[in-house]
Design a protein around this ligand. Structure first.
Ligand SMILES: NC(=O)c1ccc[n+]([C@@H]2O[C@H](COP(=O)([O-])OP(=O)(O)OC[C@H]3O[C@@H](n4cnc5c(N)ncnc54)[C@H](OP(=O)(O)O)[C@@H]3O)[C@@H](O)[C@H]2O)c1
Length: 232
């Protein structure tokens, strides 16, 4: 199977790339930063030489680049699985976050997925099969302090995902919204996770992979996964 993963150079996206490659799937990857992306690609090619792994840098917050990434993917293969993972966390509050944060958060966390998905869907619809994963967040489900524009963008991402789920039923395409709580990635900066308070990227990857393995007639609609001790 061919798997598109956005924001795959590190964090949750990279963990998802690893588990699909380890299970014999071909990968199409992107992120903005070329150096980290190609380093990840080379690492995966070395570890999993039997699968095809291609990567190209795009800034998916720019509509033209998101569409170009989709077209580049289609020039290689029609995807079976699309993981809309690219995203950034800008902490803040609606009442005093800097001007423009809402626009940039929506562009990165929502429009990226919207435009990539629209670019690759037509041949998937023709094939009448496929699976789209949208990496939302606990911040898609309820408000929390310091959520601000990020939480708004993630609520919108969930709205996108729920609408797509309904639309894709007749075409045999599954849509899954993934809602992780805190996961130890660069988003958490220098957070000391030595007490294992927050989750590992691999926890999310294992759930995504498991949801991709069900019978053709089963669709996991939502994956909600939190640290054992709850949100922080
Ligand atoms: N970590 C958490 O606690 C947590 C919890 C809930 C949900 N999430 C969600 O999970 C997803 C992954 O987060 P993460 O924690 O793994 O973050 P991360 O470690 O910072 O990785 C983010 C990835 O997205 C890429 N990216 C960012 N902006 C992009 C853009 N405009 N175009 C293309 N690629 C872009 C980054 O590479 P470049 O910077 O080089 O572009 C990187 O590969 C995000 O959607 C995030 O909101 C994370």
């Amino acid at each position: 199977m061919n798997v598109i993963i956005t924001g795959a150079s590190k964090g949750i996206g990279k963990a998802i790339a690893e588990i699909f490659a380890a299970n014999g799937h071909n990968l199409l990857l992107c992120s903005r930063g070329e150096t980290a992306l190609y380093k990840t690609m080379e690492e995966l090619v070395t570890r999993f030489p039997s699968v095809s792994i291609k990567a190209k840098p795009f800034d998916l917050s720019i509509k033209e680049e998101a569409v170009a990434f989709g077209k580049w993917c289609l020039s290689v293969a029609v995807p079976d699985i699309v993981v809309n993972n690219a995203g950034l966390f800008e902490p803040g509050s609606v009442y005093n976050e800097p001007e423009g944060v809402l626009e940039s958060q929506i562009a990165t966390n929502l429009y990226s997925a919207y435009h990539v998905t629209r670019a690759v869907l037509p041949p998937m619809i023709q094939q009448k099969r496929g699976h789209i994963f949208n990496i939302c967040s606990i911040a898609s489900l309820h408000a929390y302090s310091n959520g601000g524009a990020y939480s708004i963008s993630k609520f919108a991402m969930y709205g996108f995902s729920k609408n797509l789920r309904e639309e894709m039923k007749p075409y045999g395409i599954k849509v899954t919204a993934v809602h992780p709580g805190a996961v130890m990635t660069d988003s958490w900066g220098n957070y000391d996770n030595s007490s294992k308070r927050i989750m590992e990227a691999d926890d999310i990857a294992k759930m995504v992979f498991a949801a991709s393995q069900l019978s053709v007639q089963a669709c996991v609609e939502d994956i909600v996964i939190r640290p054992l001790l709850g949100d922080i």
